[in-house]
Design a protein around this ligand. Sequence first.
Ligand SMILES: [Zn+2]
Ligand SMILES: [Zn+2]
Ligand SMILES: [Zn+2]
Length: 219
Amino acid sequence: MSFELSKYGWNVYDPVYDEYIDFIIHKHVCKDCGKNWNLTPKLVCKKCGKDFSKIQKSKIIAKKMCLDCKYEMIGNKTKCVKCGSKNLINQPSCDKCGGEIEMINHFCECGSKNYTTKFRTIQVKSSRIEYKNGKSKNTYAVDMKPRDLIKDKYHFYIWCLIDNNDKPHFLVMSVNNFKKIMGDSIKGISFFKDQDRQHFSARDFGKWKKFLNKFGKLE
Ligand SMILES: [Zn+2]
Ligand SMILES: [Zn+2]
Ligand SMILES: [Zn+2]
């Protein structure tokens, strides 16, 4: 499930102890268009635009320039080899064109320089196909309890349903989505007594079907 969430750009964190929240997820997105945002600055050549951020760092040339005679030299010099001045500045340079490399903050493809941070809390319930007397019932079962009804618009349930081929299916819903589908049975005795169990078809997920892979709800 963490892997699935990461596909949607979420970072997944595990709470240190159990308080009905199984994961905290977090991401940065563009404030204007919602695309995922990268908070780490980029290292790019000012002249040719070559990006050194990820794998190319060792290729950055350590160049120094003398502020007095403008002479440029390669390597970790402390004194100008031409005029002897100690007035040197670092100039990390491009191995391709010799241009200066600078650190630039990320901005979105849409042109926006504003991002926003999102946090969500997730409760996970999982189920495998139910069997009775060795025979598949073709159903899943999820236990829901009053204490799961955390009243927060940033709290979500993800039901992770594993079929007989070990393939996971995900139902993603908010607390309000759950309450709405439950209707009056949320006020029923069995729910109050922690004895409620949602059984539903493993073929079409029954009345929970509309939450299948609805990871967009987390946004
Ligand atoms: Zn954008
Ligand atoms: Zn360059
Ligand atoms: Zn010099």
